[in-house]
Write a protein that binds this ligand. Structure first.
Ligand code: NAD
Length: 354
């Protein structure tokens, strides 16, 4: 794994993949993301600073790292990436597709699509945590319209992933044996109406179908392959926005920790890269051809713990019987708050360049 392209590289699973490729395998990486730089008194977005830190450490350790801060859905992003790869890298061995976006402007039609997080077919009622006030509330989500399903598939489905691979193939920028991987989630039944069977789940089905097409294409042209990895639920900006999921993310870590099985994004991606993607590693998949990094999350004993506590959770006992405070801390840490070893009173340069 010498040259790796990561699309969606500044936070969450994409950043963790980039770190695993660079420091686990010494890979040269090109990271693509869409972050806001600092503007006067306004700080940059968290992923911007994550990337600045990535580049600082990569430079220190002699690792080649290039990045592009622009809309990955655009044709311009594909053209610019091709130029960087041609001039400064070498053909790519691995393309990681880890975008999570609320919106996509279609590069060919200019049409704007918005993704939604809704059930499909019928309303869904369960409980969730209102993150603004820390209260457990019932939530009823009305089913998505056909248009909303179509738009979510257009944003979070596989079309753009395929456009990236087609563009790189057309430019001859994929190495023999090149692989590509995109990330998905399945989760337990309690989340199915809003995830697996919901609008986002329809998009993920499209990603599965795209993986099969890309696998055939890459196999034929380069003896390469394409995979979907089903990852575990972790606290990221994308996952915390899904109703019901914050409550689930307050119950899952204690169930995993009690068994010594908990993993964050870095531990998950380290295991994915070493056990599945590294040289000589044998890729084992489920019957649908997917890599299952959620094997620990989905263990029956882990899920039984969660289903036992779930009905008992109320606003009053939220902090006692769940790890909600850890969830909150982890969420804030995504934005740099409450990190150990940081002197928050010390002045700091916020206008950082990449
Ligand atoms: P995230 O929000 O942490 O990261 C999303 C990344 O996409 C960021 O780097 C962001 O800059 C980039 N991005 C968004 N719009 C962009 C655009 N238009 N152009 C360029 N870059 C853009 O998300 P995440 O939770 O790490 O999700 C990544 C993937 O992993 C998704 O496919 C998600 O479904 C999947 N996944 C997430 C979880 C979870 O619990 N978080 C679990 C399983 C699978």
């Amino acid at each position: 794994m010498r040259n790796v392209l990561v699309i969606g590289a500044s936070t969450g699973y994409g950043l963790a993949s980039r770190i695993a490729a660079a420091w686990g395998f010494g890979a040269r990486t090109l990271g693509i993301f869409f972050e806001r730089p600092a503007d006067g008194v306004k700080t940059a977005s968290a992923g911007f600073y994550n990337t600045a830190a990535f580049h600082e450490f990569a430079r220190r350790d002699g690792l080649f790292a290039a990045c592009m801060n622009l809309d990955a859905f655009s044709d311009a992003a594909k053209a610019q990436a091709a130029e960087i790869i041609r001039k400064e890298m070498a053909p790519i061995d691995l393309v990681v597709y880890s975008l999570a976006s609320p919106r996509r402007v279609h590069p060919r039609t200019g049409q704007v699509f918005n993704s939604t997080l809704k059930p499909v077919g019928k309303p869904f009622t369960n409980k969730t945590i209102d993150l603004d006030v820390g209260k457990v509330m019932p939530v009823t989500l009305e089913p998505a319209s056909e248009q909303e399903v179509t738009e979510t598939v257009a944003v979070m489905g596989g079309e753009d992933w395929e456009m990236w691979i087609d563009a790189l193939l057309a430019e001859g920028l994929l190495a023999p044996g090149a692989r590509t991987i995109a990330y998905s989630y399945i989760g337990p039944e309690v989340t199915w109406p809003i995830y697996r069977d919901g609008t986002i789940g329809q998009a993920k089905k499209d990603v599965d179908a795209t993986a099969q097409r890309l696998n055939t294409k890459l196999k034929t042209k380069l003896d390469g392959s394409a995979y979907v990895s089903v990852n575990k639920a972790v606290v990221t900006q994308a996952s915390s926005a899904i109703p019901v999921v914050p409550l689930y993310l307050s119950l899952l870590p204690p169930a995993l920790k009690a068994r010594g099985l908990d993993e964050g994004t870095i531990e998950q991606m380290r295991r994915l890269f070493f056990d599945f993607l590294g040289e000589g590693a044998k890729i084992s998949t489920d019957e649908a051809g997917r890599i299952r990094m959620d094997d620990r999350e989905m263990r029956m004993d882990v899920q039984t713990d969660i289903t036992r506590v779930w009905p008992q959770v109320t606003t009053e006992n939220l902090r006692q019987i769940t790890a909600y405070e850890d969830f909150q801390r982890e969420f804030r840490s995504l934005f740099g708050f409450e990190l150990e070893g940081v002197d928050y009173d010390a002045p700091v340069e916020t206008d950082v360049q990449l």
